[in-house]
Design a protein around this ligand. Structure first.
Ligand SMILES: [Mn+2]
Length: 294
């Protein structure tokens, strides 16, 4: 076959995968994998770390192509300004993610961006909006069942929880190495059509100090929320998705897209749920005909 024949739709065999992708552009109820597109009242994501190799961009694109919401909160560390300053890394997939978010804002989704510590350069723009994306230092979300939730990134509690940065327990170098290994492991897994598996997430749960740190962080954030007289708090920062009760305060963490690939969502009745997107993609294998890998 001549090379250019591959681009000719009359010559090239049309794959089911492509048909689905095109169909999903016309029919908004279906995602590119063929799985139904879901609608939530609210979605929270954080710690995407665009501009780093650790960002699981493929999984995030797959997520954005399968969910919709009235409101979308970006809870900080979306773009990793620290890392970009050291070494510029910006693949086309990261543009694709920015484009998808901007498109959403344009089409009427209320997008609220609460910058974190890695993207703190955007904090100076708090109170303004760019292309429909509202930038805030923190926000208060009211759920469908009337609960008031404080939305913040969470790095403001580093000083309280620990004198150093939150990763001091592992050592930053060790953690960076772990994340690099995570990228390598998953590049290999992708080649063998295996679903995403977080090495760093599993390693962290084996370290006793890490578990103790996470617990202390959660407690500190919940306490701060109690002082603000809200019913709960949504944050990110420590890359560990969780729902916990502390007295009258509900602590929610939406996790991250570097290790665990998780999002927090609110259903129409105010019910909250943590989505583990790697598991959702893996579950498509059970359903015949759906595209498994992102
Ligand atoms: Mn952070």
């Amino acid at each position: 076959m001549q090379p250019r024949d591959r681009d000719d739709p009359l010559v090239r065999p049309v794959r089911t995968e492509e048909v689905r992708k095109r169909l999903s552009k016309v029919d908004k109820h279906v995602g590119p994998s063929g799985a139904p597109r879901r609608r939530y009242r609210t979605i929270w994501i954080s710690d995407v770390h665009l501009g780093t190799r650790g960002c699981n961009d493929r999984l995030l694109i797959d997520f954005l192509d399968h969910v919709d919401s009235d409101k979308l909160y970006l809870v900080g560390d979306i773009i990793d300004g620290w890392r970009l300053k050291k070494r510029f890394y910006w693949p086309e997939r990261h543009n694709a993610i920015v484009r998808r978010v901007m498109k959403r804002a344009k089409r009427g989704t209320e997008v609220i961006y609460v910058p974190g510590n890695h993207d703190q350069m955007f904090r100076q723009f708090a109170g303004t909006s760019f292309g429909g994306v509202q930038i805030r230092r923190r926000a208060v979300h009211v759920t469908a069942d009337g609960r008031r939730l404080l939305v913040l990134h969470g790095d403001e509690f580093d000083a309280v929880v620990m004198a150093h940065r939150w990763l001091a327990f592992l050592g930053d170098a060790a953690y960076t190495f772990l994340l690099k290994m995570n990228v390598v492991v998953n590049a290999v897994r992708r080649r063998f059509d295996l679903p995403y598996w977080s090495l760093s997430k599993h390693a962290k749960h084996k370290v006793k100090d890490a578990v103790a740190f996470i617990s202390r962080f959660e407690e500190t954030v919940a306490h701060a929320a109690a002082v603000q007289q809200v019913d709960g708090v949504v944050c990110g920062h420590i890359h560990t998705a969780e729902t916990r009760e502390f007295g009258g305060i509900t602590y929610y963490n939406d996790g991250d897209w570097v290790e665990s690939c998780t999002a927090l969502v609110e259903h129409d009745d105010g019910r909250m749920e943590i989505l583990h997107w790697a598991d959702e993609i893996a579950a498509r294998i059970q359903e015949p005909g759906l595209k498994a890998a992102a």
